[in-house]
Design a protein around this ligand. Structure first.
Ligand code: GDP
Length: 239
């Protein structure tokens, strides 16, 4: 309870509406998903805050990337939800291109978290996004969310369906993708997701190996001495 982790003290950083306005970043993890898949709820569950990423915002209206800053200095990019039915096709295509361009050009990006409603599985737009991203060799975490709405048997079936669809669509790249059963409301899969994202960022159990270029950032970090989380630790880093 209350143990510090990768996402503790995550704070809103900035919003950008164009890729040219993205701030410098050493390491970034992006969250994407269809509108209403449960992306905001998943982010809120991970950062243990109810309204850091807003749930129930008007879907499909904004094209902003919202950036949050982790203690380590890494950024979490909340990408605009896609596929909202009421948005005209032209606008949908425009947004899809925006996301594809972000994924293709963002150097700092270490991995993509794709939030998928477990009951619906991977949609065409999810597959398109993956097709653009996987060739870069980077990792993908699929949060198969809203698992609390399914029976145990249906949960296993939903995960298998997603894994099968991945294997069929991306036979050469399936190993880059991890599917984790998730529920924001029941907090299923939260720790697994956190551990995996921590691995991507090289943040080991609350330790902060990344250098933050902001003056005074080191001092700020030292005031919050990292504590262990009771899972296996990597080698100690020299201080
Ligand atoms: P977003 O558009 O992808 O950011 O989706 P939201 O996070 O706003 O969630 C869309 C709807 O699904 C909201 O009504 C949420 O309360 C609901 N929801 C999201 N995650 C879960 C979950 O894990 N379990 C359940 N039962 N409902 C969820």
């Amino acid at each position: 309870m209350g143990k510090p982790g990768l996402f503790e003290d995550t704070a809103f950083f900035t919003s950008v509406a164009s890729l040219g306005d993205l701030p410098a970043s050493n390491a970034e993890v992006a969250f994407a998903g269809r509108s209403n898949a449960g992306k905001s709820s998943a982010i809120n569950a991970l950062v243990r805050r109810h309204r850091l990423a807003f749930v129930s915002k008007t879907p499909g209206r904004t094209q902003q990337i919202n950036l949050f800053r982790l203690r380590s200095g890494a950024l979490l990019a909340d990408l605009p939800g896609y596929g909202y039915a009421a948005v005209p096709l032209d606008l949908k295509r425009h947004w899809q291109a925006f996301l594809t361009r972000y994924l293709a050009t963002r150097q700092a990006l270490v991995g993509l978290v794709l939030v998928v409603d477990a009951r619906h599985g991977l949609a065409e737009l999810d597959l398109e996004l993956l097709a653009g991203f996987l060739p870069s060799g980077r990792s993908v975490l699929i949060l198969a969310t809203k698992m609390d709405k399914l029976t145990q048997a249906a949960q296993r079936g939903a995960q298998r369906n997603i894994e099968r669809a991945l294997a069929a669509a991306f036979p050469a790249q399936a190993r880059q993708v991890t599917v984790v059963p998730f529920s924001a409301t029941r907090r299923i899969g939260v720790e697994t997701a956190e551990a995996l994202i921590g691995e991507w960022l090289g943040v080991d159990n609350g330790e902060m190996p990344m250098r933050d270029p902001t003056p005074g950032a080191d001092r700020a970090h030292k005031e919050k001495a990292p504590r262990t989380r009771g899972v296996s630790r990597g080698p100690k880093r020299p201080r």
